[in-house]
Design a protein. Sequence first.
Length: 227
Amino acid sequence: MIELYTSPTPNGYKTSVTLEELQIPYNVHVINLQKDDQKKPEFLKMNPNGRIPVMIDTDEDITIFESGAQLIYLAEKTGKLMPTDIKGRSLVMQWLMFQMSAIGPMMGQANVFFRYFPEKIQPAIDRYQNEGRRLFEVLDGRLKDHEFLAGDFSIADIANWCWVRTSAWSGINIDGLDHLKRWKEKLEERPGCKKGVTIPIDIIKLMRGNLKETEEFAKGGSSIIQK
């Protein structure tokens, strides 16, 4: 059985979406970031870096932190969502690492300065939103001649999509990126993707709520980044 310790963030969704796409049964343990669950001793035993998600495969007695590592583990365990030939595997890994080293960090910083930081430092906001847009253009260019990022639908698509879908929260404009939009909408219709981003709650639905809910969500994020 898979035990998933997670929160409603793009990195958390990467693992829940993958589990749903693979139709692997799992138990969800909600980590409340605002209450510092991720800093408690019992959590730090699973991940000394104090970050979600953490995944435990009780059948193999393996604990895995880092969402990218979890996606690779699940793909290799099932033989799905990543080719087994060296060329195909390499291509998936490149686009997975693109998310982990570029899309995630840049959008994360855009979120911090655009939504959560108490002072609006416009040069910092511009820097991360502009870089986020540039990275989206890289994805759009790749998707111009490819249905998915690395051949067939893979963990590379899951990882990037879980972040790209939150572009509005980061304040990153996707106008004119028609190939990216097509890909984004295609994944939104996949049952596994659709279900996975509701675990433990649907963050996009919350963001689209009334102004008070949006402000409260941003306030919660602000409290986390200042600790």
